[in-house]
Design a protein around this ligand. Structure first.
Ligand SMILES: Cc1cc2nc3c(=O)[nH]c(=O)nc-3n(C[C@H](O)[C@H](O)[C@H](O)COP(=O)(O)O)c2cc1C
Ligand SMILES: C=C(O[C@@H]1CC(C(=O)O)=C[C@@H](OP(=O)(O)O)[C@H]1O)C(=O)O
Length: 358
């Protein structure tokens, strides 16, 4: 199944070296104001080729809305959007046409489908995430109507950790760094790896403000499980933490619990989710990206005929996918929230009665 979401559903189409990519979103309520400039800005935050910390492939990622919007408002019908590829250069891949890049999806896609789309990663290239960001922008416009805010930034690169998480630093940072003081060190780590034809991993922090209490469907569609599913569906994501995440394991219960007062919780170790349901506090997610698999160091692999070979890759690749990946993770978080908001509408008879004026 290739569709994401229950009520706010979307799917994407297209390949990195094909003609275009796009998405179809179904279940978007009618009457949401569509700000095309906002959507394009979101696309621009993720698009490749903007600086030396990203792949050199230049794409404008201009998005065109084909359906579901009339006179600036959503109509309640499926919204489809298209982004034409402009800078494919499939020849870059001619020397690895029959080879499987270690760490990439070539080997598993070929074994599963028996077809080798050697024009880059094809469907498995994270170029597809452009379409997710377009869908995420529509989800964000719905969230905006309810004052729910989703933001992201980089908290760790190559093991170099941010000491503070300042989202106001992100906008002016080429690597979306949360900590101005650690930014240079993090940038240097990316360039050092890049200059030695290698790559680094990193961690993005997603923060959600003003999330109402009650999002998440126990027991099998818990809000945390939906975030985990969404984040792990992004290329190169290998782990996710919610709230204190891994650190909680080494705490005692008294340290880990968030005590409750009439005004709200005294702390937020839980990351805003209890029992799979949002508790009204900020939601904090950490998303872990592995180092980019396509590197330019000689490596051993096999070809599609099972011959063992050595090869050296050429082409245009991100030295650290976490940087642009953080925007993708932010978009996926918005899509989960939009879906859970709509699902939650029918959780109480009062809500249903309100809709039907009873
Ligand atoms: C925004 C973004 C950009 C990426 N850029 C590259 C890239 O330039 N080269 C590459 O080999 N992998 C890149 N990746 C990662 C691969 O797409 C991914 O590792 C591959 O599909 C294999 O999937 P897996 O790592 O989830 O197992 C990127 C991932 C993201 C999220
Ligand atoms: C083009 C983008 O990123 C690409 C993600 C990617 C990969 O393997 O994931 C590989 C590279 O491109 P290609 O598919 O041409 O090999 C990156 O440049 C983009 O994000 O828009």
């Amino acid at each position: 199944m290739n569709t994401f979401g229950h009520k706010f559903r979307f799917t994407t189409f297209g390949e990195s070296h094909g003609k275009a990519l796009g998405c179809v979103i179904d279940g978007v309520p009618a009457g949401i104001k569509i700000d095309e400039e906002f959507i394009q800005n979101e696309m621009n935050r993720r698009k490749p080729g903007q600086n030396k910390y990203a792949t050199a492939r230049k794409e404008s990622d201009s998005v065109e809305i084909l359906s579901g919007v009339f006179e600036g408002l959503t109509t309640g019908t499926p919204i489809s959007m298209v982004i034409f590829n402009e800078n494919q250069k499939s020849k870059d891949y001619s020397n690895v046409k029959d080879l499987f890049r270690p760490g990439h999806a070539d080997y598993t896609y070929f074994n599963k489908y028996g077809i080798r789309d050697y024009r880059g990663g094809g469907r498995s290239s994270a170029r597809e995430t452009a379409a997710r960001v377009a869908a995420g922008a529509i989800a964000k416009l719905l969230l905006k109507e309810l004052d729910i805010e989703v933001q992201s930034g980089i908290c760790e690169i190559d093991g170099i950790k941010a000491k503070n998480h300042d989202f106001s630093n992100v906008q002016d940072s080429e690597i979306y760094a949360l900590d101005k003081n650690m930014e240079q060190e993090q940038k240097d780590a990316i360039l050092k790896a890049k200059n030695s034809h290698n790559s680094v991993g990193g961690v993005a922090l997603i923060n959600i403000k003003n999330c109402p209490i009650g999002l998440g469907e126990p027991l099998y569609f818990k809000l945390d499980s939906q975030f985990a599913n969404a984040m792990m569906s992004i290329n190169a994501v290998k782990a996710i933490e919610i709230g204190d995440g891994f650190d909680a394991v080494n705490k005692k219960g008294y340290e880990n619990n968030d005590e409750i007062r009439a005004k709200g919780f005294k702390s937020n170790h839980s990351g805003g989710i209890l029992g799979g349901i949002s508790n009204g506090e900020d939601i904090d997610l950490k998303v872990y990206f592995k180092p980019t698999p396509s590197i330019f160091i000689k490596q051993e692999t096999i070809d599609i005929y099972n011959n063992e070979v050595e090869y050296e890759l050429k082409g245009r690749h991100d030295p650290c996918v976490a940087v642009r990946g953080s925007v993708v993770a932010e978009s996926m978080a918005a899509l989960v929230l939009a879906d859970m908001l709509l699902l939650n509408m029918s959780s109480k008879i009062e809500n249903i009665k309100k809709v039907y004026d009873k």
